[in-house]
Design a protein around this ligand. Structure first.
Ligand code: NAP
Length: 475
């Protein structure tokens, strides 16, 4: 059984625990054993990053760009192999897994370019003979904490941005999916990063999390709201800069004038692809009454035809749930929905040739906005339909949530599309597109409880991963 170690100060080192990484499509298949760091090792990793920072932060943009480009090339060249690894450890289908690896490569390439695009500003002076310059410098040592559902793309867009601007990194991947994070660190280290610039501390968040947050200058976190809140509370004590991307309860609005085929495709893709395990998944389908019954019938038809199975099978469209705990939580939400009066299609556990965590996607019809299934994030292939009278009701219902990550509308009316774009209380708005599915060169993030701090991705990433210095110079 291969044992995957942590990277501290340029050395692959043993940890204090080991975790078996299990394939959710086939629980007899062990992806590998991964070590877990102790709190003391996290402190060592931060010290290694601090030691590496002075030299790394003063490298030329070209040096950093070349390393990121080399990593991008290797990610792309190994997309099939790493895509399969991702599917094995997380349960995404092979096209989804390969697509995510390609995305990681694109992100690295983009941030390689950002190293040379970073710029400052010179302002006209208001005092004689004084020049005023605003420049950006790296923020320092960045702690990167990531979830299991995008195990290579999210680490890539955080680590890529951090390194591009001259920061050093201590990275903690999710305990459920460490293999992709490990592979990414291995690729970046071999691409030429000096020792200590990027450190890997795998292990449980309950062990690794606090010492990591306590010791770094900035934390870029993606995960659930409770963990984000914990990190925020802790980070305030040390005035540590934070960027938190968290959960969603994303609404897809379908109006009477929508193209039915487009609306059904958006709903099925947005709600159930990637097994519904996307922060941007459409978990609330808000449908006006003129199209409601036709829409629900058509979504049910599509669900009946979806192939659910082993993520590595070529014909699979929906892979398994990531683990037993998440599967049980999804099934519990289905029961809660039924208890509260929802009319459920699907939502049962399935068996397949290999032992795994399979479930039929669940469509909960006839729900209301106040039901528990419409208030809390499920994070699985479970979508609830809310019938509304008109556009105004639809918009109010879409915004009736503590979350504000993504939202979508299916309509052929420019008037309603534009009004929704302006008045949706979400950070991302999609018109006639699924609520999930994003480009890598533009900012990503939400509002309300879904996000806190500056945006990720695109050139906006510089806001978090650099600090501004204002300099007044008199000759
Ligand atoms: P999670 O339980 O909050 O875990 C996220 C990461 O935080 C994991 O690496 C976890 O470690 C770590 N962690 C746990 N306790 C910690 C602590 N006390 N201090 C520091 N780190 C700690 O979330 P998840 O279940 O992995 O991911 C699902 C959630 O992520 C959903 O809510 C989803 O919506 C959200 N998400 C949001 C986005 C976005 O961009 N908005 C994208 C993807 C996912 P372990 O390894 O021990 O779990």
């Amino acid at each position: 059984m291969p044992l995957f170690k942590n990277l501290i100060a340029g050395e692959w080192v043993e940890g204090v625990t080991t975790t078996r990484n299990i394939n959710p499509s086939n629980t007899d298949d062990v992806v590998g054993e991964f070590v877990g760091a102790s709190a003391a090792q996290v402190v060592q990793a931060i010290a290694a990053a601090r030691a590496a920072f002075p030299a790394w932060s003063r490298t030329t943009a070209q040096v950093r760009a070349d390393i990121l480009l080399k990593a991008a090339d290797e990610l792309f060249a190994r997309r099939a192999e790493l895509g399969e690894l991702l599917s094995r450890e997380e349960g995404k289908t092979l096209p989804e897994g390969t697509g995510e690896v390609i995305r990681a490569s694109q992100v690295m390439r983009f941030f390689a370019g950002e190293t040379i695009r970073l710029r400052g500003e010179i302002f006209p002076p208001v005092r004689p003979n004084v020049t005023v310059e605003v420049t950006r410098e790296p923020v320092g040592i960045v702690g990167v904490i990531t979830p299991w559902n995008f195990p290579i793309a999210i680490p890539a867009w955080k680590i890529g941005a951090a390194l591009a601007f001259g920061n050093c990194v201590v990275f903690k991947p999710a305990d459920l999916t460490p293999a992709c994070g490990w592979a990414l660190v291995d690729i970046l280290a071999r691409a030429g990063l000096p020792a200590g610039v990027l450190n890997l501390v795998m292990g449980r968040g309950s062990v690794v999390g606090d010492p990591l947050v306590d010791g770094v200058d900035a934390v870029s976190f993606t995960g659930s709201v409770p963990t984000g809140r914990h990190i925020a509370t802790r980070a305030i004590g040390t005035m540590t800069k934070i960027q938190l991307e968290m959960g969603g309860k994303n609404a897809l609005v379908v109006l009477d004038d929508a193209d039915l085929d487009v609306a059904v495709e958006c709903a099925v893709n947005g709600s159930f692809y990637s097994t519904g395990q996307r922060c941007t998944a459409s978990s609330r389908l808000i449908v006006t009454e003129g199209i409601h019954d036709r829409f629900v019938a058509a979504v049910k038809d599509r669900l009946a035809k979806l192939v659910i199975g082993n993520a590595l099978n070529a014909d699979t469209q929906i892979g398994p749930v990531v683990d037993l705990k998440q599967l049980e939580s999804n099934l519990r939400y289905v029961e809660i929905g039924k208890r509260d009066g929802a009319v459920c299609t699907g939502g049962e556990r399935l068996t397949r040739a290999s032992p795994g965590f399979y479930m039929a996607p669940a469509l909960l019809a006839e729900t209301t906005s106040t039901m528990q299934v419409n208030r809390e994030e499920v994070f699985g292939p479970v979508a609830a339909v809310i019938r509304v009278r008109n556009y105004d009701d639809a918009l109010a219902t879409a915004n009736d949530t503590i979350f504000g990550l993504s939202s979508g509308i299916c309509t052929t009316s420019l008037k309603y599309a534009r009004d929704f774009q302006r008045n949706s209380e979400a950070g991302l708005v999609m018109v006639n597109l699924p609520t999930a599915g994003l480009d890598y060169h533009v900012p990503f993030g939400g509002r309300k409880a879904s996000s806190y701090g500056p945006r990720e991705q695109g050139s906006y990433a510089a806001e978090f991963f650099t600090v501004v210095k204002t300099c007044y110079v008199h000759p």
